[in-house]
Design a protein around this ligand. Sequence first.
Ligand code: CA
Length: 653
Amino acid sequence: MKTRKELKKLYNTLEFQKEYQYDGKDLGALCTQAGTTFHLWSPLAEEVELRLYRDGKHSECFQKIAMQKEKRGVWSYQTERYLHGVYYDYQIPWDGEIVELGDPYARGCGVNGIRSMVVDLNRTNPLQWEHDQRPKKREENIIYELHIKEFSWDESGGFSKENRGKYKAFTEEHTTLFGDGEHSTGLDYLKELGVTHVQLMPVYDYGSVDESNDEEFNWGYDPENYNVPEGSYATDAEDGAVRIREFKEMVQSLHKNGFRVIMDVVYNHMYSLESNLNKAVPWYYFRTKDDGTISNGSACGNDVASERPMCANYIVDSVLYWAEEYHIDGFRFDLMGLLDVDLMNRIRRALDERYGEGEILLFGEPWAADQTAMEGDALPALKENIGRLDRGVGMFCDDTRDAIKGHVFEAKIPGFVNGAEGMEQEIFESVRAWCKGGGSEKEKAKAKAPSQVITYVSAHDNWTLWDKLGKTIADEGERLQVNKMAAAIYMTCQGNLFFLSGEEFARTKDGLENTYNAPIELNRLDWQRAYAYSDLRRYYQGLIALRKQLPGLCDKSAQAWKRIYGEWTKPGVVGFFVDNCKGEGCTARKSVTRWKRLCIIYNSTETIVEKDLPDGTWEVLLDGESSFCWKEEICAEKAVAAPHSVAVFGERV
Ligand code: CA
């Protein structure tokens, strides 16, 4: 076997690329009533043996088959047999040593993802799956991030015992707090809250949890089989068809209840270098440095080489597969800054071609944990390259996040709402969702449109908003007030809104920053808390309901920023007006929005702030106490914002 250094050289030669580039769509095992085909891309292998099993773990193989060498580095076996439900793996001799591997393109697998499984995907569809429809695309995207197990694990959720922590919990409708029949949890709760998208933390098959042990917990940012659902969330992790069917049932139920579904995808690194991809084509799918050492920009031990043509193909195919087979409506890319700009734009184009422009949401984290050894002319999809990304590829905006509530890593460094001075300009830029890329070409690197920006203050990483605010504000009443203010600021910014589940009820992880492998008891959603913090939760509800009536803020077009005007600031205060008409120019109709213009004030000072309103009939839409003022038709003579509050006023159409 060649060294990593030699392999790197080989893979980058034009000859290798010419000879082995394979664009066929039949890699993996495909099974229909007409028969079954197996294809594996392994250009350096000298022989490949396919082995078939009755189950996913213990049994001896019942058949060994020598694979046929085809062109372009592909190995194949075809049979008229209907092998649905048969498990398989491969053996490849490398330098006299036999390497066992599952199928990198596996669509099904056994427990813990070790053996792959042949699946006739039609057999995994729940009833009525062919009628499953994505809820209508909307402009006012409000994304709610949650983890499958955290969502329903706690007894307070009122889910049935067997479904707690599972995909299946999402098929339970009308659950209530300990089953009291009164306080909604689960899907009804999300409907009342008003979010439009549910973002699922990793649901592909990951490696850090033993699927046969229900006690284990992990966030799951450690992929093993990219194209198979995680088994620990299935009611049966051993029968590879169950996880597929139950995943589809979950999506179907979320769709039926009006939510679009976003999947958190981690194409930037894998659980281990013992992965099927690395065994099939050693060091092709992972970055190495010129001296042969392993690139580790993910800080998780390896970086996927997204810029290599067959690796890019793999990722594009995988995303399309989830959108097509599982009806996924959006993708959130973990450490997108480790992937390359061309790949992200290519995924955007492929999704647009198939589903219509912008129909599927696409965004990611525009950063990496460390330097990565990306090759050739490839450019990383980092924030500084936002201008090179398609308008339909979005980024989490850490500027907005940190400007509002303070430094993400430094506990004591506050933001605008909790005592920082001189933040006015940054806050105002957040409103326009500019999300600047930094560096000398600041202007160039700014977002093309709010479609490119995820506006948020909390996510699964780092402290919850409540815990972060607690680092500088001890008094609970004060903290609640400031929490409301933080929420009201980002929910009156342009961009796609995003928040961590439970932010609306002061979710806490006891002040811990990174709970990826902490016990489920700490990570779980505590539905009791949702009702212990009803005042805060209702404030979020009202904010979300109001937000949906503000096209001036939801507009995702490149001209959206022009709607924000008349800005003014003084220390601790930011004020501005918003053209809230629907569509281009002012063509507002009563049915579309009640207010043609908004006046918004963020007041983080100790004193009342007043501002004269232009001529017109103005109403109070929101203040520091209530986010439902807009229901009351309260006349406003003047714009007044109480200390530590956000106030919104609307001019009647
Ligand atoms: Ca797994």
